[in-house]
Design a protein around this ligand. Structure first.
Ligand code: UGA
Length: 441
């Protein structure tokens, strides 16, 4: 099928490449000329395992193409995906200006019926706004053309996006049009082989499903972070508790890892956006507000632990930091706990020596050159001359480090671990002060 994808960000690029990989003819449109030029040369703007070879293969066989020419994009696909960003505006609501601009572009150029698919995470009611915009522009052109606006939210995880897209748990489609339903069934048939993963519903339910899924997962994490704080105060070990409750299949093991708070481009933004949506309809979402505030407090936890060890005096200290990205297998630092920690450390007069396997360039881009931040090439060099070690991201190379080297490199034998990577007893035996999450000091 001929498909157009507006927006070559994270979601758009992965979706486009995967659709092309199964044989669809996909044209991606973006306003960013340099992004388009780079992609034509096979240079991918994000780090995502497994994506590069798929983009290379599909561009070479001609099924994946990139352009800035919006009119060509509209002419190409019967199916038009909107996969542009919905950044939070000042009050945390999702800003729809890019989504509506694409709707306007599609309506300005279309000369035949189209299926317009919202892939971006958009508030409930957005499909209606897109429909109104398209109808308005078509009326202005004195054209009467059929079109359907469909909600088809994306559930991929950064770092596992290729697999999530190839083997989705579910494909949620919100539409009341049989023609759109048939088109989406045909489009996704290659991903829907062994059992039926298509879940059809009305448009608003599909839009809310996306937020409900992310808010549920964020709730699980904040719940566990709250339990971890209680475990510390009560002398329990949250890792034992996690094991104990995860074995109940009604609860399950996934997304109950306590840590230094959730980050990334989705959970913080989506929880906040749903809170704002609720406020807009005069509903007080007490649970979601608590999820957000527990998370904000949890992001302060690493700094608090360091401060506790150094009795509030961090001035002039150098802190080794392992892990900058909001989670492993990505270079993304949006809303990362590492940023909250670094900024608090600088405020307190400390310096940071940081290492991350993928996010160093991103960190440099965000903070630039600074006396307070040294980005170093290995996890070992981050330790040199440092007073303490903090771990923000559970990259696998941090899981079994040389503890003797850590002890001999640091001026103080202290490890603050935001991801519960090590055995507290082992570290105690080796003479470390070990601050994990919810496991006592
Ligand atoms: C999340 C969802 O998991 C995807 O299903 C969804 O499609 C995506 O948002 C989206 O809306 O686009 P992502 O943000 O890539 O995916 O990352 P996650 O793997 O969900 O991790 C989010 C944060 O939660 C990370 O900071 C991670 O460290 C933290 N986390 C996760 C925990 O602290 N504990 C856990 O048990 C799991």
């Amino acid at each position: 099928m001929k498909v157009t994808v507006f927006g070559i960000g994270y979601v758009g690029l992965v979706q486009a490449a995967i659709l092309a990989s199964v044989g669809h003819d996909v044209l991606c449109v973006d306003v960013d000329q340099s992004k388009v030029d780079n992609l034509k040369k096979g240079i991918i703007p994000i780090y995502e395992p497994g994506l590069t070879p798929i983009v290379e293969e599909t561009t070479q066989n001609g099924l994946l193409n990139f352009t800035t020419d919006a009119a060509a994009g509209v002419a190409h696909g019967k199916i038009q995906f909107i996969a542009v960003g919905t950044p939070p505006d000042e009050d945390g609501s999702a800003d729809l200006k890019y989504v509506l601009a694409v709707a306007e572009t599609i309506a300005s150029h279309m000369n035949e019926p189209k299926f317009i698919i919202d892939k971006s995470t958009v508030p409930v009611g957005t499909a209606d706004k897109v429909t109104a915009k398209v109808a308005e522009v078509l009326a202005g052109r004195n054209l009467s053309l059929d079109f359907d606006v469909v909600s088809n939210p994306e559930f991929l995880k950064e770092g596992a996006a290729v697999n999530d897209c190839m083997k989705p748990d579910r494909i949620v489609v919100g539409t009341d049009s049989q023609a759109a339903r048939d088109a989406m069934t045909e489009l996704y048939a290659p991903f829907n082989r062994n059992h039926d993963r298509m879940i059809f519903m009305d448009v608003r339910s599909a839009e809310l499903t996306k937020y409900a899924a992310n808010c549920m997962l964020a709730t699980k994490i904040s719940f566990m972070n709250e339990m971890s704080n209680l475990a510390e105060l009560l002398g329990a070990d949250i890792e034992a508790v996690r094991h104990g409750i995860g074995s109940d299949t009604r609860i399950g093991y996934q997304f109950i890892y306590p840590g230094c708070g959730y980050g990334g481009s989705c959970f913080p933004k989506d929880v906040q956006a749903l809170v704002r949506t609720a406020h807009g309809i005069e509903y007080q979402p007490a649970l979601l507000e608590a999820v957000e505030s527990v998370n904000a407090a949890q992001k302060q936890k690493l700094f608090k632990n360091l401060s506790h060890y150094f009795k509030g005096d961090l001035k002039g200290k150098t802190i080794a930091l392992w892990g900058l990205s909001f989670k492993p297998q990505t270079d993304d630092m949006r809303e990362a706990s590492s940023r909250v920690l670094m900024e608090a450390l600088w405020q307190a007069g400390a310096k940071v020596q940081a290492f991350d396997p993928e996010a160093m360039e991103e960190c440099q881009r965000i903070y630039g050159d600074s006396q307070e931040l040294a980005l170093v090439g290995t996890k070992e060099s981050a330790l040199k001359g440092a007073d303490a070690l903090v771990i923000c991201t559970e990259w696998s190379q941090f899981r079994a480090p040389d503890f003797d080297l850590i002890a001999s490199s640091l001026t103080h034998p202290v490890i603050v671990d935001g991801r519960n990577l090590y055995d507290p007893k082992l570290l105690k035996d080796k003479g470390f002060a070990y601050y994990a999450i919810g496991r006592g000091e």
